[in-house]
Write a protein that binds this ligand. Sequence first.
Ligand SMILES: Cc1cc2nc3c(=O)[nH]c(=O)nc-3n(C[C@H](O)[C@H](O)[C@H](O)COP(=O)(O)OP(=O)(O)OC[C@H]3O[C@@H](n4cnc5c(N)ncnc54)[C@H](O)[C@@H]3O)c2cc1C
Ligand code: FES
Length: 255
Amino acid sequence: MHDFEVVSNREIADGIFSLVISAPKLASALKPGQFVNIAVPGDASSLLRVPLSFYRADAEAGTVELWYAVVGDDTRRLSQMGPGSTSNLLGPGGRGWMVPEGTRKALLVAGGIGVPPVLCLAGMLAEQGVDVDVCLGFGTASKVVGVDEFRALGATVNVCTDDGSLGTHGFCTDPAAELLGEGGYDYVASCGPAVMMKKVAAAAAEAGVYCEVSLERMMSCGFGACNTCNVETVDGMKGACMCGPVFDASKVVVF
Ligand SMILES: Cc1cc2nc3c(=O)[nH]c(=O)nc-3n(C[C@H](O)[C@H](O)[C@H](O)COP(=O)(O)OP(=O)(O)OC[C@H]3O[C@@H](n4cnc5c(N)ncnc54)[C@H](O)[C@@H]3O)c2cc1C
Ligand code: FES
């Protein structure tokens, strides 16, 4: 358990917030793809924590940045925590990205609020000198996040929106499949809606490229005690909070 203090909490796109917290021990411990489970104060009847992936951790500054969408009561209360507010969280949780050694060119595919763990991964790959192409999908332009951050890391970014208000009109799985068809990749990673990850996994399998997906299942305990987060895999049911959230896509039966 880590206590944390809010450094900043601001809206970066329509209904999407960037939360920076001060939690020095956590900032040194987090690995890309892992998550934290946040207690949001203000409602005694709300017993569950909010699991969130992180975008970046700065061990020197002792800070962690998370991006989240306001979708219900807990995330709404989270968006109201101003600088100086305090609470606690559990983490680092789960198993993060396991990029195969020797990876030289990666394709990353993220949809909506699936961007943060993929952007975090892109940062790690950039540090390792891996060539990164990115396909991002959003409902509409006002919900777009992460494009500048991916580009700042040197990635080539393809943006798609469902309504055509920014970038290519359509789903980001189409350019992703085209890029995979051109070849040259040795690693694919994806986070976003289940249907998107399923398509990405199928395209990667067809191209013969190793693929990981981050399955952000609904969670209750967040530490392996309740089975809420089960994922059906070829090796049986696996809890996303302990065995995931990142899985080898070829092992996942139900995305
Ligand atoms: C490992 C993990 C990492 C996550 N990372 C992020 C992140 O980086 N940014 C982010 O915005 N969200 C992330 N989520 C989802 C986030 O935890 C939920 O949106 C949040 O808990 C909703 O809480 P709430 O009380 O505001 O909404 P609720 O009232 O609990 O739910 C509102 C709506 O969202 C749906 N919902 C809730 N949780 C999920 C879920 N896990 N998957 C799909 N639908 C859900 C509910 O069915 C409901 O329709 C992550 C979830 C997991 C398990
Ligand atoms: S959330 Fe309880 S077992 Fe995973």
